[in-house]
Design a protein around this ligand. Sequence first.
Ligand code: UD1
Ligand code: CA
Length: 472
Amino acid sequence: MELLQDFAIAIMAAGKGTRLKSKRPKVLHEIGGRALLLHVIAAAKTVVPPEQIYCIVGHQAEQVTAAVAHTGVRFIAQPEQRGTGHALQMVKAWFTRQGEPVPRNLLVLSGDVPLILPETIRRVCEAHLGEQAAMTILTAVPPDPTGYGRVLRRTPEGVEVTGIVEQKSLRPDQWSAPEINSGIYCFQTEALFARLDLLSTENAHGEYYLTDIAAMLVEDGERVVAVRAEHVDEVLGANTIAEMMHLDQAMRAAAARSLMAQGVTIFRPDTCVIDAEVTVGADTILEPYVQLLGATHIGSDCRIRSHSVIQNSTLGSGVLVRNGCVLEGAEIADGAVLGPYAHLRPESYIGEGAHVGNFVETKKLRLGKGSKANHLNYLGDAEIGAGVNIGAGAITCNYDGVLKHLTTIGDGAFIGSDSTLVAPIRIGAGAYVAAGSSITEDVAPGALALGRARQVAKEGWAARRKAKREGI
Ligand code: UD1
Ligand code: CA
């Protein structure tokens, strides 16, 4: 999408979020697996370049800044949080101090209104220019407007607004005013800056309300207009955990709908948790109670069975993930089969058509094409070739109490059940390790290694024991 000229964006993100009752700053709470503020920044970046996005930070500013600095936006400090009007006073002061040219239009977004869509931001900017307004307010009519500021129109059909009244200042005859202020506005910057210092704190919260600017402009004969959002969820604010979870659900439902529209079958989508960044190929099936989190990418024709949690992992096509698997930072090639109840930890690479079965834990593993570790294994810090069979209960002993060591197993090797491979160790291609062996020395290709006591069989032992006990 083309970026807009003559616009800068200010994102208000300095508030405490008192209503959340949380240690974490409000704008760093997550919905859809991503901090509120990051959602807003992502939408803003579709409209202007990051150097023209100013985040107003105050409460736990260091933490907020650290969490979003990678986006390339700029920061303006609001050390004391004295209201949304005060937040914009800080922006004005910043421009004055820096001597930077003031952008002609300033779009103001709220760090706690995270579902705003790029299209809607654009619509507000375009309406603002088209209407030649001094201020354009994005509004909505939700089922329950309680808690929001209300936008009062001059006439019911007209676009012109006479002012915004905060919930606590509504007169009884205004209680049912249905149209809410989203906290998203476009201003002619000069018109805004000229009035910010006239704001007062004589109101229910004792704060500088940015919303008071609307009536001030109208009084001066300036044009203030409203644009209504098409989807109510887009403009809902997140002031409490309950509101946040409502938005989280709305966002995940949207993610599930969009995947289904791309040919993904999701049984009981209401039970699945799918983060915003996740991609899934067509004809993949997600069973109930699946979680796909973070940067997870799944190919086509896969089946993810119930109660699997897949995070920051990449799966090829035709992969079967049976019930109850936990994957984190894993890469799975085409046609692999996992689980049930496999635990793949970071840097696990599972080759094409390979099997990782019940109660197998992996970490920093490369498992080659077609290899199988099907029952009760621990495979950590291991490089395993193609066509290898790892018997039930076999494990790599990768840790000596201080350092981690590597196990290497060549193509076609056979590791007998219940073996322990004490790393660092190399098992050559095509070698056999006998069941129950403790292997501490390298095994040459094609060799058979036995690392266990030789079996002793005592003929007639049971009868002799019985006789002894009975004193015969
Ligand atoms: C605000 C609006 C209200 C609107 C609602 C929409 C005002 C006075 N009221 O109310 O009309 O319906 O948003 O969601 O603006 N912030 C700062 N610095 C401050 C105070 C707040 O940066 O000093 C930030 C907050 O971090 C937040 C945003 O501004 O991201 C909005 O503040 P909040 O206190 O949540 O305002 P609301 O009471 O929701
Ligand atoms: Ca709010």
